[in-house]
Write a protein that binds this ligand. Structure first.
Ligand code: ADP
Ligand code: MG
Length: 142
């Protein structure tokens, strides 16, 4: 894989998240791939803030999903780190979240293998010393 782009610091990651929001004027499924502390939640925070969210963005580690309603649309932030088995997503009604008009951002999508549909955009984040690097993989919509 190539085209990794460097993200120098947290501010750059927030800005990157904001730019992702502009690419998704309506709904879609975005998966975030990367180790603990890579910056997945930070990117989501940048996206939510640019759409008008002013409060905290806590990772929904225990609740699995945190809903937002911003700029007239539903945004669902998932953290599947503690998902015991992919089928658990079906019990929580994942299909109701994955509507064409809703934007879904999923951390730890690997935990839901076989249950989540193919993403519109996969964002890979890796450590590069103190900085980070990002690689985008675009699917369905582009
Ligand atoms: P994840 O959700 O992937 O586990 P978080 O976004 O919660 O990661 O945490 C990332 C941490 O790394 C934050 O404390 C953030 O301040 C720090 N950080 C340092 N450099 C960067 C960078 N370039 N991009 C994103 N986060 C960074
Ligand atoms: Mg996180």
């Amino acid at each position: 894989m190539n085209n990794w782009q460097r993200i120098d610091d947290e501010a750059a990651m927030l800005a990157f998240g904001a730019s992702v929001a502009q690419q998704f004027p309506s709904g879609g499924l975005i998966t975030l791939h990367g180790d603990l502390g890579a910056g997945k939640t930070t990117l989501v925070r940048g996206l939510l803030r640019t759409l008008g969210h002013t409060g905290n963005v806590k990772s929904p580690t225990y609740t699995l999903v945190e809903p937002y309603h911003l700029a007239g649309r539903d945004i669902f932030h998932f953290d599947l780190y503690r998902l015991a088995e992919p089928e658990e997503l079906e019990y929580m009604g994942i299909r109701d979240y994955l509507r064409p008009d809703a934007l879904c951002l999923v951390e730890w999508p690997e935990k839901a293998a076989g249950v989540l549909p193919v993403a519109d955009l996969r964002i890979h984040i890796r450590y590069c010393g103190e900085a980070r690097e990002i690689l985008l993989e675009e699917f369905n919509r582009f």
